[in-house]
Design a protein around this ligand. Sequence first.
Ligand SMILES: [Zn+2]
Length: 233
Amino acid sequence: MRLQRLEEVLDANLELVRRGLVLHTFGNASAVSREEKLVVIKPSGVSYDEMKPANLVVTDLDGKIVEGELNPSSGLPTHLVLYRAFPNIGGVAHTHSEYATAWAQACRSIPCFGTTHADYFHGPIPVTSVMKDEEIASDYEKNTGQAIVQAFEHVNHAAIPAVLVANHGPFTWGPTPKAAAHNAVILESVARMAYFTLQINQRVEPIGRELHAKHYLRKHGSNAYYGQTRKGN
Ligand SMILES: [Zn+2]
């Protein structure tokens, strides 16, 4: 595994900490190399202050360790399910960030109340079903991944790169580990704002389809025009 990819994954993990999304060691970010059929993830239980690129763990798509001395993060099987089910993603992040986790614990999807949400997520942030006892008793982490995949049966994972696992917390993804971590940061902000919005007005409605589409589509897709996209600038 190239050092650059290890550094990218380390940086995505540290970004979650820098942004205050990770309490203690409750969080992890990973990347997949589709060509090499390898995944890089944070090691289990190592303090972030001491984490070096060489401490990261490289596994195959079945979770077998290929490089690294340490055990991978216990969340690895969830990430592996997502990499299989969502073939175009390159990175996954998981945190217990407070506001997104509060929505997950309340088993409520996050409605789109404004354009910050609409800029990043083309619809409400789905929440998974509550996992059954037998899904928790064995292969818990893998079944967590299955619950996420199920929540996206009728939802486009590329247009809504985030989910709330019921009673647990958020997972986000993107084309790179950096994008996955960035989406985790935005999700926490959106979750926080949605919470306050409902405090101020309990009868507030989600924004309309037109405004939502306007904001999402000006940043994403073939007709995007937001930012510096003109050639020659
Ligand atoms: Zn967790």
